[in-house]
Design a protein around this ligand. Sequence first.
Ligand SMILES: CC(C)(COP(=O)(O)OP(=O)(O)OC[C@H]1O[C@@H](n2cnc3c(N)ncnc32)[C@H](O)[C@@H]1OP(=O)(O)O)[C@@H](O)C(=O)NCCC(=O)NCCS
Length: 332
Amino acid sequence: MTTITAAITAVGAYVPEFVLSNQVLETMVDTNDEWITTRTGIKERRLLKEKGKGTSFMAIKAAQDLIAKANINPEEIDLVIMATTTPDMPVASTGVYVASQIGAINAFSYDLQAACSSFLYGMSSAAAYIQSGRYKKVLLIGADKMSSIIDYTDRATCIIFGDGAGAVLFEPNYEGLGLQDEILKSDGIGREYLKIDAGGSILPPSIETVENRQHFVFQDGKTVFKYAVSGMADVSAKIMERNNLTKDDVNWLIAHQANKRIIDATANRMELDEEKVLVNIHRYGNTTSATLPLLLHDFEDKLKKGDNLIFAAFGGGFTWGSIYLKWAYNKQ
Ligand SMILES: CC(C)(COP(=O)(O)OP(=O)(O)OC[C@H]1O[C@@H](n2cnc3c(N)ncnc32)[C@H](O)[C@@H]1OP(=O)(O)O)[C@@H](O)C(=O)NCCC(=O)NCCS
């Protein structure tokens, strides 16, 4: 029997037009371009400003970009996994709406939430459905409207995050390409350090929670940074080791874009040359579920069939992990 592996066969993306630069942030909070650039690597981020538009707006655009480029019939999609931390609404799955809007009328859909690791975990889920032989086309979308949960008076968080969306299609592969191995982790210790206090079942929305600004992201940056550096570097080094990959065997590091210093620390542990480390944090900031597919989209030209990609992410919860994937196509 031929082994089925799960390969990424197409990529799409969307970012909003509005650009929030470090220079504009300087006029909003007590910060400066030099601090932001040296501490994070971010120069600008995109924000979805139009009233009444949520995460689904960007997710639909990214999926439509993929469908047009890959020339696929959306009716053939079996499943749409929507990785997001900022669903359109607390109840009513965003993915279900997105699937209907893109014409994936034969698909079922659900949302997957694991903060900044949502897309990485989604890759594992999508691949498992394909490897099992159960489904043939799984669309994985990562999209977040972080501007909807960020306090633009808090300089500790508002400089970091941006909005965006990316999508990939997983399909069966019979040449051994696609997802090879994964190490996924989580640890509830992280709940104290990166969270939104109110709006959930512990502390439902009230006038007090709004007045106390408890519906915005709180982050203890220093602590998260420490865990992110060791977490991402550990699993990335380990996945190389257990697949007998040397630094020369790895073609590309596709790391979550939260902080350039975290990406560099991970690359250093893997002993990778700088040119193998894909980076676009300077353009978008941290787009949470969208960072990994946005990298694939922006650097799709460079990726060649058979290339060894290591994905790595770290997020709230804590959630983190690494995936080893062999790229399956050359861009036409
Ligand atoms: C948030 C982050 C960029 C802050 O960088 P840092 O080097 O840890 O900075 P600190 O929080 O220690 O602050 C250092 C100083 O800069 C100041 N500072 C914080 N934000 C600032 C800003 N936007 N502009 C200027 N100064 C700022 C602090 O007040 C502090 O001043 P002090 O020394 O006088 O007290 C960094 O901690 C980080 O990236 N954390 C992890 C983010 C992450 O991965 N999150 C998501 C996981 S998905």
